[in-house]
Design a protein around this ligand. Structure first.
Ligand code: NDP
Length: 498
């Protein structure tokens, strides 16, 4: 079997190898998972919650090992791994263990239709069977493995295809699930490249995909051929709007942090910024001072650096192209802006001004530590430019007049908008999250929709057995139709005379 070498992107050193699984291997894993799923579903919410809660504990107990693995295969800092990955995983296991029974509870439905009067109508949810999760490299725990948790809580078997760049975290978490008593076969990790992901789509009952818009299209097309549902979390070009009355210190701190954390490789990081003219110069000065002070380097443990390396080698070329083209077209770099020569994959935190909407850096997903800032006349111009994008994942608005800031937020075409804040909406697992425009995805993660999508729905109608005949069956059908004809006749006469 061929293997894939996994590199530490901060140093360029190989840290492990994983199998590059073929379509036959994926089919085998799918057969095992399907065989194991009914017993897992039969455990019910309480039985499954026991395993999920043990896994929550396991994550807490194995924090150091998880952080070391995540940092080694992504190049991200200790804090980025702890705050945005490990703590998410621990919270998510507890959340779905607790909320799955509530979100998937059978619902009694009331109907105004006389034909179903006196009957019991129920909506219920059953697991789909086998769910395939395909994930990206930027958050191997949160965005890849994280989507498996509600799928498992709903009673499905799950096969996860992590990015070929960052498969080690998923394999470690699979060990954790086994140690916590998850029955053999219910969860599997199929490592490999794009072809392995494509083969997975051919085997499962539903696919949850997080990744680029281009691959999302291919996954959706393949799922459509099989008529299986696909939930897609795709790219973003999230705008930040700073209104003239904003607390500039707060806005600048958020801009510097949420544009640069995880080295800018977050689908909902701040990718572009629009500032009302009167406060533009002061805001730019504050942000560039904060970004300039960031320490970037190889992560060596807690507090060692503020920004790590890039994770995906080709991403450095994308960032460099966006910045170089912008500089050639008249933009200025206030910090960063030059690709360094050093082992591993690096780009420095970069603040750009004198940018406009003809530049790729304002239109395409850069997915790097860059913040282009543009002055706007007023809020209307900011809203127009923010919405001038194929993407619509998240957005943020800063302003002291909350009514005005919220009004601006409601005019933005984004799946989630924060006011005087950014990105933390993702940590509220009760709050659905997903794209408002197709290029940012279809479907939601988190909240009720984040687990209902892993279920097939069944509507039940239960009639009492002792009522021999209903008005809609033969003995009464003729009488009922005469009655209805008379009612319609009366209604029509009434209409003609008015
Ligand atoms: P890709 O689209 O390149 O890859 C995503 C996953 O799909 C990887 O596991 C990849 O495997 C796999 N894959 C590749 N080709 C196929 C195929 N034909 N069929 C099935 N699977 C396939 O995305 P990236 O890994 O580059 O992730 C970065 C992107 O993810 C960014 O655009 C970002 O915006 C987006 N993202 C969106 C989020 C959201 O919530 N909306 C969250 C996080 C990221 P392999 O890597 O082995 O090629």
């Amino acid at each position: 079997m061929t293997t894939i070498a996994v590199e530490n992107p901060a140093t360029g050193r190989v840290i492990g190898t994983v199998p590059d699984l073929s379509a036959d291997h994926v089919a085998d894993a799918a057969r095992r998972a399907r065989a194991a799923q009914p017993a897992w579903a039969a455990l019910g919410f309480d039985g499954r919650a026991q395993v999920l809660r043990r896994m929550q504990r396991w994550i807490v107990d194995h924090t150091d090992e998880l952080i070391a693995t995540i940092c080694a295969e992504t190049g991200k800092t200790y804090e980025d791994a702890l705050l945005a990955e490990v703590s998410y995983g621990a919270a998510a296991f507890g959340f779905w263990a607790k909320q799955a029974p509530r979100y998937l509870a059978e619902t009694r439905i009331r109907s105004s239709q006389p034909l179903v009067a006196g009957k019991r109508l129920v909506q219920r949810y059953r697991p789909l069977g086998l769910v395939g999760v395909i994930g990206p490299w930027n958050y191997p725990l949160t965005n890849s493995f994280g989507d498996c948790i509600p799928a498992l809580a709903a009673g499905n078997a799950v096969l996860l295809k992590p990015s070929e760049i960052t498969p080690l975290t998923s394999l470690l978490l699979a060990e954790g699930l086994a140690a916590c008593g998850l029955p053999d076969g219910v969860f599997g990790v199929v490592t490999g490249r794009g072809e392995t992901g494509a083969a997975l789509v051919d085997e499962v009952d539903m696919v949850m995909f997080t990744g680029s818009t281009a691959t999302g299209r291919r996954v959706a097309a393949r799922a459509a051929e099989r008529l299986i549902p696909a939930s897609l979390e795709l790219g973003g070009k999230d705008p930040m709007i700073v209104l003239a009355d904003a607390d500039l210190e707060r806005a600048a701190t958020h801009a510097a942090y949420y544009a640069m954390f995880n080295c800018g490789q977050t689908c909902i990081s701040i990718e572009r910024c629009y500032v009302e003219e009167p406060v533009y110069a002061e805001f730019v000065e504050l942000v560039s001072a904060k970004v300039d002070a960031l320490r970037q380097g190889v992560p060596q443990g807690p507090g060692s650096v503020d920004v790590g390396s890039l994770t995906f080698p080709p991403q450095v070329d994308v960032i460099d192209r966006h910045v170089s083209e912008a500089l050639a077209a008249g933009a200025q770099a206030l910090t960063g802006g030059v690709r360094p020569e050093r082992p591993g994959y690096w780009y420095p935190p970069t603040v750009l001004v004198d940018v406009d909407h003809s530049m790729a850096i304002m239109r395409e997903e850069t997915f790097g530590p860059t913040l282009p800032i543009m002055a706007v006349r007023d809020a209307d111009e900011a809203v127009r430019l923010a919405n001038d994008s194929e993407y619509g994942l998240c957005a943020s608005v800063f302003g002291r007049d909350l009514a005005r800031a919220e009004d601006v937020a409601r005019r933005l075409e984004a799946g989630a908008v924060t006011v005087n804040d950014a990105v933390v909406n993702y940590t509220a697992l009760e709050l659905p999250m997903g794209g408002a425009k197709p290029a940012s995805g279809i479907g939601r993660r988190h909240g009720r929709e984040g687990i209902v999508k892993y279920c097939r729905q069944q509507s039940l109608l239960v009639s009492r057995w002792h009522l021999r005949h209903d008005v809609h069956t033969y003995p009464y059908r003729a009488a009922r139709s005469r009655f209805l004809a008379r009612v319609l006749g009366v209604l029509n006469r009434g209409r003609r005379t008015t």
